[in-house]
Design a protein around this ligand. Structure first.
Ligand SMILES: *Cc1c(COP(=O)(O)O)cnc(C)c1O
Length: 387
């Protein structure tokens, strides 16, 4: 085996299944996103769920060096982890805070999301009893139906926050529910958001961080952002959602590659069933490879008989059911496959490429879920070079 042939081996060659994370591509993506926005817009980097499975320490460190302004995480636990390396950086907790988490939230100096007067009162009491001030962003529900106070009822929440000596209003935000599919509805959400801010008399408060655009919003509206910040997750990791996105022309790059290897090669006679449930049966003699990864690594069973991998630049269909540690593929199209060869699940091989979006379609999933489904058994290997 030629260890220098990039189609066969790589620096991951001691692993059975591994992810490669290109921090330099992440950095270039952030530069490109920032360049595309109107001047002065601040960048809240969303790094919840271990930075979408990319590793929060490595990812957030690089984003800090690349001039992110703030971070957002899902909960207090994630905020505490991130703060180990990001002391002094604003860290917004996007999710609801449970009663038992409140004092940690205050003591860590995280920024809380407030969605109701009840929450504002609870947080104020906790902060007061600790003799501290808690920074908050008020969230407005403009049509997501999840967190946030309904836009027509926002004034009362603002009043409660502003009246409290223990809470300090630092930002206001909303979240889009359908920014890819429905520009009309998203425009309506924006209008509701603006109206809620105006009716609370807060439209001239330049000290507040006002943000609505997630990745899809940033792709759709990047030149006409009337607010002063964006809140971006997926796009920085190199995934675009819009066919007409400006980020095709400014070339957002994939950050994440997902690989496994050939553990065994085998020829099956016609009529042989493959894997549990015999959902695939060879109709003619076929050459197969047994890969050293399965759903225990993050190849969903939904990819059974549907997904493909790349070996030596060739597409190889998955045969039969994906199992916990092994997956069978058809290698008929591959010239001289060898045990140990790399099989690309997400990424490039020769001229061929499987994007995370394509991978997610085989499994009726979405790119966010694919990233979150790569399990902890899979080592993340970082490349960090600057050009
Ligand atoms: C996850 C999340 C984001 C980031 O969404 P992307 O589509 O990954 O950019 C932004 N805002 C909120 C409230 C979120 O939960």
């Amino acid at each position: 085996m030629d260890a220098n042939d990039p189609l066969r081996m790589s620096y991951g060659n001691q692993h059975r299944c591994w992810a490669e994370i290109d921090l330099a591509a992440l950095e270039r993506n952030l530069f490109r996103i920032r360049d595309s926005l109107p001047p002065g817009i601040r960048y809240v980097a969303v790094v919840k769920a271990d930075a979408y499975g990319h590793g929060v320490y490595q990812t957030a460190s690089r984003l800090m060096q690349t001039n992110a302004d703030a971070f957002a995480v899902a909960n207090v636990e994630e905020g505490a982890r991130l703060q180990e390396i990001a002391r002094g950086w604003p860290i917004l907790v996007l999710g609801p805070v449970l009663p038992e988490e409140e004092s940690a939230l205050v003591q860590l100096g995280l920024v809380a999301t407030v969605s109701s007067t009840n929450e504002a009162i609870r947080f104020s009491e906790t902060a007061g009893s600790l003799g501290q001030t808690l920074d908050v962003h008020v969230k407005i529900d403009t049509g997501m139906g999840r967190l946030g106070v309904w836009h027509e009822e926002a004034k009362q929440v603002f009043d409660t926050v502003e009246r409290s000596d223990n809470l300090r209003l630092r930002g206001i935000y909303t979240h889009y529910s359908d920014a890819v599919e429905s520009p009309e509805f998203t425009h309506q959400q924006r209008a509701r958001f603006i109206r809620a801010i105006q009716s609370a008399g807060l439209e001239n408060r330049t000290d507040l961080l006002i943000h609505a655009d997630n990745s899809a919003g940033t792709e759709a509206f990047n030149h006409e952002n009337p607010f002063n910040a964006v809140r971006v997750g997926l796009l920085q990791f190199g995934v675009t959602q819009y066919p007409s996105s400006v980020f095709h022309s400014v070339s957002i790059e994939p950050v994440f590659r997902f690989n496994t290897r050939i553990g065994l090669l085998k020829t099956l006679p016609a009529g042989t069933p493959v894997s549990y449930g015999r959902t695939y049966v060879a109709t003619k003699p076929i050459r197969t490879a047994i890969l050293t990864a399965g759903y225990g690594d993050g190849i969903p069973t939904a990819a059974s008989n549907r997904g493909q991998v790349l070996i030596r630049g060739q597409r190889c269909p998955i045969l039969g059911r994906v199992t916990m540690d092994q997956t069978v593929v058809d290698v008929s199209a591959v010239e001289n496959p060898e045990v140990g060869d790399k099989a690309v699940l997400i990424g490039k091989s020769g001229a061929a490429e499987i994007s995370v979006s394509e991978f997610s379609q085989w499994t009726d999933s979405i790119p966010w879920e694919v990233f979150c489904s790569v399990t902890k058994r899979v080592p993340r290997i970082y490349s960090t070079a600057r050009e």
